[in-house]
Design a protein around this ligand. Structure first.
Ligand SMILES: [Cu+2]
Length: 376
């Protein structure tokens, strides 16, 4: 067994891409010179709001219908490289995280607003990181303008011109896939200023919103079939990439670990409440399904200029996409929210629970006879 010695410098730049990195940074600087002054002039008079991000599955307070005109919404995210435990079997991974969670926090703004992100890479980290916003417009989604080494921070502003839910993820040159499958991704929701609408143009509102980030992990095993552990992210790199290239994840989980959304961590709702479920998968296809319920309104590919589908049983979210499903609960009980590749749900971890309180409706479902001995 070989232990790869990856130097700090190699990790920062990506093994064979130091030259590319330099080019990207130069291009980014040139882009910045052209674009930044004009944008600053345009937005100088806009009101600013600071939003403190919260850990998923929760979402920061926000308006569904915007009051007032466009504003600059300021967010701050601190990158944290941390060892996390994925299951009860002791599988560990060096996660790279936005703000310490997998997925990173959901940001909510309205169409026409500006997102202004301060991205901080503390000196305690080992790696260079950046951020590519699928919701933004511009080369690399901001990835070329946000490459921060440990000990650096940067500020990126982009205009939210496309309404929908969108993935964001880290994308450092030469190591994009590894960072994304190390957990470094999240989502943005850009609401229409006048809120969500059904396909007839009627308003759709939600009482609660949850953010579920589905993550595939690729944890190496040793020759005895035990999960391998590493002292640093860099030491895990070569083995992890070898597993990644099999395209066979060791874990497919919601919110960073098997069971992160079950038991005491189950999502909660009440009968009669309308709940919005945002679901992102930055790397791999998925097919969410609410066992015992339906997708009343589903934007499977998450873009609000398209009408939602109604009454779905399962919906398909391609890798690199965030989707939104809205459902009004009608019965109490424990609902499983799963990736309906049931092997991924029940063997690899992609399942959560929604515990719903309220009164049972016999009209919708009734046990006419409890299990009992067969009689003629
Ligand atoms: Cu990263």
């Amino acid at each position: 067994m070989t232990t790869l010695n990856v130097s700090r410098r190699t990790m920062l730049a990506g093994a064979a891409v130091a030259g590319v990195l330099t080019q990207v940074r130069r291009a980014a600087a040139e882009t910045g010179e052209v674009l930044t002054p004009a944008a600053a002039t345009d937005v100088a008079g806009l009101p600013r709001v600071q939003v403190k991000l919260v850990d998923p599955p929760f979402v920061h307070a926000h308006e569904q219908v915007a009051t007032g005109g466009p504003k600059i919404v300021e967010f701050r995210m601190v990158i944290e490289e941390k060892k996390i435990t994925l299951d009860n079997d002791g599988a560990e991974v060096w996660a790279s995280t936005f703000n310490g969670t997998v997925p990173g926090p959901l940001m909510v703004v309205h169409e026409g607003d500006y997102v202004e992100l301060t991205l901080v890479n503390p000196p305690s980290n080992e790696l260079m990181h950046n951020i590519d916003f699928h919701s933004s417009t511009g080369a690399l989604g901001g990835g070329g303008l946000t490459q921060v080494n440990p000990g650096e921070q940067c500020v990126l502003r982009w205009k939210a011109t496309k309404p929908g839910v969108f993935v964001y993820h880290c994308a450092p040159p030469g190591m994009v896939a590894w960072h994304v499958v190390s957990g470094m991704n999240g989502a943005v929701m850009v609401l229409p200023r006048d809120g969500l609408k059904d396909r007839d143009g009627q308003p759709v509102k939600y009482d609660r919103v949850y953010y579920i980030g589905e993550q595939d992990f690729y944890v190496p095993k040793d020759e005895n079939g035990k999960w391998k552990t590493y002292d640093t992210p860099g030491e895990s790199y070569e083995d992890t990439v070898a597993v990644m290239k099999t395209l066979t994840p060791s874990h497919v989980v919601f919110n960073g670990a098997v069971g992160a959304l079950t038991g005491d961590n189950a999502l909660k709702a009440k009968v009669g409440e309308t709940v919005a479920f945002i679901h992102s998968q930055a790397n791999r296809d998925t097919r969410p399904h609410l066992i015992g319920g339906h997708g009343d309104y589903v934007w499977a590919t998450g873009k609000f200029t398209n009408p939602p589908e109604h009454g779905l049983e399962t919906w398909f979210i391609p890798g690199g996409t965030a989707g939104l499903m809205i459902y009004k609960f009608q019965q109490p009980g424990v609902y499983a929210y799963v990736n309906h590749n049931l092997i991924e749900a029940f063997e690899l971890g992609a399942a959560g629970h929604v515990v719903v309180e309220g009164d049972w409706d016999d009209d919708l479902m009734k046990q006419v006879m409890a299990p009992s001995p067969i009689s003629s």
